[in-house]
Ligand binder design. Structure first.
Ligand SMILES: [Cu+2]
Length: 131
């Protein structure tokens, strides 16, 4: 266990994915992935993009309910406060994996490359589980 310090972290440790999972889905279908991302930097940083080889596109969405209607809004700049955590979950902020290039079964994992506003990139292997 590495403790947090107030000194500036090297880029590799600036963002830590504490937990993550992706939903099982068929090839060609759309799946969701949910990550908890901690910003260990001393200033607010944003999650700006996610890429993956496992799907045609990976988009960050936020599910909103407005007058009883639920819809998803794409988020291309999602701020994470200094020392804060971005918690994704079904019905909230999530990663949409659009047009999967292969089926996702329990026990698989999906590589996601996260890009942040300071141009740090972090790759995580997200385990697949049944919803
Ligand atoms: Cu979505």
């Amino acid at each position: 266990m590495v403790s947090c310090t107030t000194t500036s972290s090297p880029p590799a440790e600036r963002f830590v994915v504490r937990s993550s999972w992706a939903r099982t889905a068929d090839s060609g279908a759309t799946s969701g992935a949910y990550l908890d991302i901690v910003n260990h930097d001393t200033v607010t940083r944003s999650l700006v993009a996610i890429t993956t080889e496992a799907a045609a596109a990976a988009e960050v969405h936020e599910t909103m309910t407005h007058e009883g209607m639920t819809h998803m809004t794409p988020r291309t700049d999602l701020p994470i406060a200094a020392g804060g955590t971005l918690s994704m979950q079904p019905g909230g902020v999530h990663v949409m994996l659009v047009a999967l290039r292969r089926a996702l079964a329990v026990g698989d994992s999906v590589p996601l490359r996260l890009r942040f506003s300071d141009s740090t990139a972090v790759t995580v292997m997200v385990p697949v589980r049944a919803p």
